[in-house]
Design a protein around this ligand. Structure first.
Ligand code: FES
Length: 154
């Protein structure tokens, strides 16, 4: 008999049957729910590409079992914009050219939203870099990312 959990994903309550209790939130989002904005990089908690917010806190969704989050509120990159209006963090990433290939960008943006929500961003670039240190960018767009986070939290 499948196990069922309920998640609120980007504001929408969803009841989900889990065929496999070992499925991660990342695989559930991408493979079952077609929410492919959340990226799979390392699949072992090292790159941050899979960052989402769970009950407002940043997590690496590749390390999180879906079954452990019954009742949670999930926010993914797909849930940030309001219609045509981008979230201020998304706008700041564009304004500061805070990406190159873009693969890490959804995770960077979700991490920035979480960091700002925690009140941990501030105006100090060093502090922002520390707060964003779980998110790697192979293209090295860190300068723009730091500027974008500082602008977005103002
Ligand atoms: Fe989850 Fe890299 S894919 S941290």
């Amino acid at each position: 008999m499948p196990l069922s959990i309920t998640l609120t994903i980007n504001g929408e309550p969803r009841r989900i049957d889990l065929d496999d209790p070992r499925v991660t939130l990342l695989d559930l989002l991408r493979e079952r729910l077609d929410l492919t904005g959340t990226k799979k990089g390392c699949d072992r908690g090292q790159c941050g590409a899979c960052t989402i917010l769970v009950d407002g806190r940043r997590i690496n969704s590749c390390l999180a079992l879906a079954i452990s989050h019954d009742g949670a509120e999930i926010l993914t990159i797909e849930g940030l914009a309001r219609g045509d209006a981008l979230h201020p963090v998304q706008q700041a990433f564009i304004a500061h050219d805070a990406l190159q290939c873009g693969y890490c960008t959804p995770g960077q943006i979700m991490s920035a939203v979480g960091l700002i929500g925690e009140g941990q961003a501030g105006d100090d670039p060093e502090r922002v870099r520390e707060g964003m240190s779980g998110n790697l960018c192979r293209c090295g767009a860190y300068a723009g990312i730091t500027e974008a986070v500082i602008e977005a939290q103002r």
